[in-house]
Design a protein around this ligand. Sequence first.
Ligand code: FAD
Length: 382
Amino acid sequence: MEAYDAIIIGAGLAGLQCARLLGRRGLRILLVDRKAALDNSIHTTGIFVRRTLEDFDIPEDCLGRPIRHVTLYSPSRRFMELVSDHDEFRIGRMGRLYMHYLSECLQAGVSWAPDTRYIDHRLEKEHLVVQLSRDSKAREVKTRYLLAADGAHSRVARNLRLDINREWIVGVEDVLTGVPLDGPPRLFCFLDPKLAPGYLAWIAHDGEETHIGVGGYPSQFDPVSALDKFQLSLNHIIDLKQATKIERRGGRIPVGGVLRNIANKQGLLMGDAAGAVSPLTAGGLDPCMRLSTLAASVVAEYLEKQDAEVLATYSGKLFRARFTSRLWMRRLASSLRQPVLVELACASLRLPMLDRFAGHVFFGRGSFPDVEMKLSPQMLTP
Ligand SMILES: Cc1cc2nc3c(=O)[nH]c(=O)nc-3n(C[C@H](O)[C@H](O)[C@H](O)COP(=O)(O)OP(=O)(O)OC[C@H]3O[C@@H](n4cnc5c(N)ncnc54)[C@H](O)[C@@H]3O)c2cc1C
């Protein structure tokens, strides 16, 4: 039977980041994804925040133009402008980025199993046997450790008997080209509990790509009809007459905060599988990069020393404290179901002091706690 030091299920951003680091470390890694091609069925808008762009090597040709301007709309479409002195956001060209990271994984010696599903695993003496399936054909592989990067609804997390996400919003968006940009690249955010209960509707426009989407609690709205309605309401804001729709994206976003039990002696969770998403902004890309980088350093050390103490440094309890205020703000956001209350909240954001709070939410650097990532020099060199 084939044998690996670690098997990573899921080749989204979390799985790819961890696989390329562990591969560079010289470990035998198998990266598995049910997708046949990683640039298909992308589910994220892909907005990267400044902190991620500063701390990680996202190639320039995988990013759109920088965005410094945010327009925030109330339910009655009153708006306030927020402008940063810095380039705060860039929309990732996610298909290209996934393919770039995958080629770095392959260069680092990672074995790649596309179009392959994780089914289950069992413990046999000192190792795990992982059951995979491709075209209905079963394949069994041995591993010393199993890493879950299989998204918000993680089967691996459940089978590892680790925590699973229980609270999420859903988002759906269209990606368009051919939309004229009037002014600088911009993020438009719409607070409107009818269109996007508990979250927001958005337009992210960098001059090349335009993403128009809605997100909210699935029990409180129908995302697809809300998106249609939202697009029909935009004619005073953007001109969609010449627009071409190139993709529809969507999926679940966990918003309950990072889970508590995310590692044991058999495996660990990363990215959305670990609930590593800011509960307030629903941004998951920065937490995903940080946690999967930490995971790589912890797994490398654990496999080397076989010391369970090492895993204690990979606990959601250590990160959750940083999320407390954001979790409370999420509770508040989800309780504001009346447009009039949201209108009042938006009006208060225009008051001095509170406008700083709005700037802090959009331009702050607290999407995920800083984690000490003890990477060996090997892991940093492609
Ligand atoms: C509509 C939407 C918009 C978003 N926009 C942003 C944004 O602009 N900025 C931001 O920071 N965050 C955003 N997020 C959140 C962010 O996209 C996620 O937090 C992040 O992509 C999670 O990455 P991941 O690698 O953990 O999981 P995923 O990207 O979900 O990857 C999981 C992978 O696992 C594979 N998989 C699943 N099950 C199996 C199985 N059984 N066997 C094999 N493979 C399997 C899947 O095919 C997939 O490739 C958005 C989310 C949504 C839904």
